[in-house]
Design a protein around this ligand. Structure first.
Ligand SMILES: Nc1ncnc2c1ncn2[C@@H]1O[C@H](COP(=O)(O)OP(=O)(O)OP(=O)(O)O)[C@@H](O)[C@H]1O
Ligand SMILES: [Mg+2]
Length: 489
């Protein structure tokens, strides 16, 4: 079984009735994009429909797919909440950039926006978050019913919606706060998943070093070094002066698949669906579509290079962008939304996790989830219009292996980690270096013949266009290797 098999097996064992339910009668629910009224959903007896306000952009999801899209935004552990229709009629919900509330409900919509002060990079030095975390309030920790419009997140790992305030503190987002970052905090201090946020953080840095766009991330380490969490800045929230509307949609929702089928998608069919939508977009040139094909190919090739067995249909997303001031064609044949693949999130070398040493690709590439040769990648690339597919996957394998080799040279004490947790992290990173080295060799790349890359080179890689002068770089001291740290002890 591909992916994090235990989770998948547990998930499949659940009995969620996620059959889309129509909105009963002629009832409406109000829809906001961030703080702006967008329109309302209603039911025409067959499916949901969106009725946009005259001056608002067309909703980027076809009426027939609205149910699945909304379901895709719910936490997977909230199986019983999948009856979205009846839910929205009784409770307001904030799901990513949408607020959906029953008619007459007074929940105030909130604007999610990132400025120079609230960017995570502004508070990050050498990949580490240097601000503070506002401790959870009594209401965050006590067993009480949270406000239904507190922002919610999809996915299986423990995580929380957060934002950075003017003082540089990370706060949990309540229903009244912006939600600009995800905090992923698998707080297991022992067991096979101990250190997972650090592995994911390293994988994000390595991906960026390999030329793949990723969200800005930072590692947040507890004062006593006993655990860490990953901060991932939302790529679907506008920054600075950007006035575009941003809207992310995952591969399962794009294909109209229920969340429980996220391991069953066929990447080629997903690609065809994306290309079909892109062809209907007013703003997409042939070059834009080719770029999206390359990003899509690279996302799968990255998972292979990284031995990441969890690239299921919810771990690949598209990002729609739209200029709200441009005239909005409401025809279903053309949409004002431009599409790109989203930055790569949820990247993990799953084979490094104890018990997952032979993890396979979560989705099959032309029927195969393991043993994918250069020619298998060339065939896959050919199907979506990529000419240099073999070269692309080999280059990615090289960079990923070099990047993880660099991480394996670091003593986790350099990141403030200590004790058993630091040992788990060290084991995970060593294992990731070994696994990706083997993978590179399988793709014809021999690391012994290449100069080593330093951890500082990997950490310094900043994406073109995302470069941000945080003012922090000058103060950044280089990270030392394991032997240097041992000498100092
Ligand atoms: N930086 C980001 N910006 C915007 N949306 C994000 C970002 N990172 C993740 N997401 C969204 O949140 C969802 C959950 O995040 P993520 O995949 O990291 O969590 P997970 O619990 O590890 O998932 P899984 O169920 O695959 O284990 C993703 O499917 C994606 O839709
Ligand atoms: Mg995920």
């Amino acid at each position: 079984m591909g992916g994090l098999s235990i989770i998948a097996a547990w998930e499949n064992s659940r009995t969620i009735d996620d059959t889309p339910q129509p909105l009963p009668g002629k009832q409406f629910v109000d829809v906001f994009y961030q703080e702006i009224p967008w329109g309302r959903f209603y039911d025409n007896g067959l499916s949901w429909k969106m009725e946009e306000r005259p001056d608002a952009p067309a909703f980027p999801v076809a009426d027939a797919d609205i149910h699945r899209f909304l379901q895709s935004l719910f936490p997977e552990t909230e199986g019983d909440k999948h009856q979205v229709a009846s839910l929205f009629l009784s409770e307001p919900r904030r799901l990513m950039n949408l607020l959906i509330r029953p008619e007459g409900d007074k929940t105030v919509p909130v604007r999610n926006h990132i400025d120079a002060e609230s960017r995570v990079a502004r508070h990050t030095t050498r990949g580490l978050f240097v601000g503070t975390m506002v401790p959870p309030t009594a209401s965050d920790t006590q067993d009480f019913d949270p406000h239904p419009a507190e922002p919610k997140l999809s996915g299986m790992q423990p995580k929380a919606p957060v934002f950075i305030d003017r003082q540089g503190n990370v706060n949990f987002s309540s229903e009244r706060d912006p939600f600009t970052l995800l905090m992923k905090f698998n707080y297991d201090q022992r067991g096979s998943k101990a250190g997972l946020p650090v592995l994911e953080w390293a994988a994000q840095q390595v991906s960026r070093y390999a030329g793949i766009e990723t969200p800005d991330t930072a590692l947040m380490v507890d004062g006593d070094g006993s655990r860490a969490a990953l901060l991932s800045e939302r790529f679907d929230v506008p920054c600075g002066q950007d006035s575009r509307w941003l809207f992310a949609m995952d591969g399962a929702a794009l294909m109209g698949l229920p969340t429980s089928d996220k391991y069953k998608a066929n990447p080629i069919q997903l690609w065809r669906r994306m290309d079909e939508i892109a062809r209907q977009s007013k703003g997409m040139s042939d070059d834009d579509r080719q770029k999206m094909a390359e990003q899509f190919f690279d996302r799968f090739a990255l998972a292979w290079a990284m031995a990441d067995g969890d690239l299921h249909a919810k771990n690949v997303s598209v990002l729609f962008t739209c200029d709200p001031s441009a005239p909005s064609p409401k025809s279903i044949k053309s949409t004002p939304w431009k599409m790109t693949l989203s930055p790569a999130y949820d990247t993990v070398c799953t084979r490094a996790i104890p018990g997952f040493g032979d993890d396979r690709m979560a989705l099959k590439i032309n029927g195969k989830d393991d043993g994918l040769s250069l020619s298998a990648w060339e065939k896959f690339g050919g199907q979506i219009g990529i000419k240099d597919a073999g070269n692309r996957v080999a280059c990615l394998s090289e960079k990923v292996a070099l990047g993880f080799a660099a991480f394996a040279t670091v003593h986790p004490a350099q990141w403030g980690l200590d004790g058993e947790y630091a040992q788990s992290v060290s084991r995970l990173l060593d294992r990731a270096a070994t696994v990706t080295r083997e993978r590179a060799r399988y793709m014809g790349v021999h690391l012994d013949a290449l100069p080593q890359v330093s951890i500082n080179e990997v950490m310094e890689s900043r994406m073109e266009g995302l470069a941000l002068n945080t003012g922090n770089q000058d103060q950044e001291e280089p990270i030392r290797g394991k032997s240097e740290v041992d000498d100092m002890r």
